[in-house]
Write a protein that binds this ligand. Structure first.
Ligand SMILES: *[C@@H]1O[C@H](CO)[C@@H](O)[C@H](O)[C@H]1NC(C)=O
Length: 500
């Protein structure tokens, strides 16, 4: 390509002078235009063949015309064929693209320099999560037209692909042009289930290494298929992130690190404690783990979060302080894959997700180690947290069903009790209102009696004394002792006859 650059031929102006400073070529050089997502209906090869036929047809027509007007004059013919050749020269140069990579290194304020991000999302049976994921996509504050999306759909038995395409068509057709993303790639490839489900369910820990190696292959396929020369950054994001700041791309980018990850926690139901560290794959290397690694065989893969490997590594997740400085950095060796921002050059230099044991690690943890090994900066932010979706485990589901049954039983019992009380009320009348009625009747009677009692103040005054002294000793003889003993209400019921 370089010879063209100095010769002043058409190839240079087309892609160099008119290219953006961020290395992104200008003009219609792509089948999928950068601001419009279209499903390809005709394969590229067919389109190319059609174009070739059209040109050949045009050539033949011109040739016949020349033949008709000028006979078989050799000079004229060669003139036409020259013209035809220069046309095909143009056709060949259409396939030459020139990129200046000096401006795609990745800087702290990429959005101001129009740095493009390749946004990679591995998907597997992800249909239920896609609406939430697209809600996140709509909220990103990094300019959408600077973000190219790349999805890998693998081993999915649900409608992941269909729902993905529906959502992409909707966002790219949004009336707000700022919602539209750049180039979009969907890559379909199955990697198969290396470990069968039975073994996996019986030996969860043993299956981890193969699972991680499989994921590593998927990530490498996605990245190598989608990374273009004009990408400055690569962002890896899991589809099941529930809560994350809208500014996460800028927030991570501002640190200007080669590889950077946030802390990843997950919310829990209250009965499980409210929240929990989620991603244990971001950690700092420890002496214990290095010593352990030395004892393992060459193909072994250490996976964090299992009792089988007690590594005593400081985990990013456990260092979180909810009130800590979100900008605080911590150097790490292994990284988790939920949300990784990396400079594209890290991958261009050859760092990848090992699908084999690299320093006794695979996939994202191996990626972190490899990046460190190649002198790249790898950091985590312990106090900058995003939240992974809480998906209850089988045990959690059992427990929650148990709690639900208990709650329903309790409610049922309460309902029955309330119904019973209602029934009693209906059958025997309301005991409370009957009581109130009795009370007011008695009060009325008592009121009628009052004038009589007023005539004999001594009775009222002596009553308490009489009550405390049933024998009536020392009382004036004209008052019968029984009358004195009775409490006032009972006394009111049977008014003393002698007072009438
Ligand atoms: C995106 O923003 C809207 C409006 O602020 C909010 O309702 C929605 O929950 C956000 N989506 C996510 C996934 O955070």
């Amino acid at each position: 390509m370089l010879p063209f650059a100095t010769s002043g031929s058409k190839a240079v102006p087309r892609h160099h002078i008119s290219g953006y400073s961020n290395g992104y070529p200008r003009g219609n050089t792509f089948e999928i235009s950068p601001h419009r997502f279209q499903r390809r209906t005709t394969p590229v090869a067919v389109r190319r063949r059609r174009r070739l036929f059209a040109r050949l047809g045009l050539g033949i027509v011109l040739f016949l015309l020349g033949w008709y007007f000028f006979g078989s004059g050799g000079s004229i013919f060669s003139l036409f064929s020259l013209g035809f050749l220069s046309g095909s020269d143009d056709f060949q140069l259409e396939t030459v693209r020139y990129y200046d990579l000096s401006n795609v290194q990745g800087t702290a304020r990429g959005w101001e320099r129009e740095e493009r991000i390749l946004f990679c999302v591995p998907l597997r049976d992800a249909e239920p999560h896609l609406p939430m994921f697209f809600s996140h996509l709509r909220n990103f504050t990094y300019p959408h037209h600077l973000i190219d999306l790349a999805f890998l759909v693998s081993d999915s038995k649900d409608r992941t692909l269909e729902v993905l395409v529906e959502n992409l068509e909707a966002i790219q057709a949004d009336e707000d042009a700022r919602q539209h993303y750049g180039e979009i790639s969907i890559i379909e490839k199955d990697f198969g289930q290396i470990v069968n489900q039975d073994v996996e369910s019986r030996h969860g820990f043993a299956a981890q290494a193969s699972r991680r190696k499989l994921m590593a292959r998927a990530r490498n396929w996605l990245l190598s298929a989608a990374l273009r020369p004009y990408h400055s950054w690569v962002y890896w994001r899991d589809v099941d992130v529930e809560t994350a700041p809208f500014t996460i791309l800028e927030d991570l980018m501002r640190h200007n690190k080669d590889v950077i990850v946030p802390n990843v926690w997950r919310p829990l139901p209250d009965w499980l404690g409210g929240e929990q560290p989620y991603d244990l794959n971001s950690w700092q290397e420890s002496e214990t783990a290095l010593a352990l690694a030395d004892t393992l065989d060459e193909d072994a893969v250490i996976v964090e979060g299992y009792a089988e490997y007690a590594t005593w590594r400081p985990h990013l997740a456990y260092l979180r302080d909810p009130y800590g400085d979100p900008d605080m950095e911590m150097e790490i060796d292994g990284v988790g894959g939920v949300s990784i921002l990396a400079k594209a050059k890290v991958f261009r230099y050859g760092v990848h997700f090992p699908a084999f044991s690299f320093e006794k690690h695979a996939e994202t943890e191996g990626f972190g180690k490899m990046a460190r090994r190649m002198q790249f900066s790898v950091v985590g932010l312990p106090h900058y947290t995003i939240w992974h979706l809480y998906e209850p485990s089988v045990d959690d589901i059992k427990h929650m069903e148990e709690m639900k049954r208990e709650k329903l039983a309790r409610e049922q019992e309460e309902r029955e009790r309330a119904e019973k009380a209602e029934k009693i009320k209906e059958e025997f009348g309301d005991p409370n209102s009957q009581w109130e009625k009795d009370k007011s009747d008695l009060q009325n009677i008592a009121l009628q009696d009052q004038p009589a009692q007023a005539d004999r103040p001594d009775v009222a005054a002596d009553a308490p004394v009489g009550a405390g002294n049933p024998a009536g000793a020392g009382q004036p003889p004209e008052k019968p002792a029984e009358e004195m003993v009775e409490p006032p209400r009972a006394g009111a019921k049977v008014p003393p006859k002698e007072n009438r």
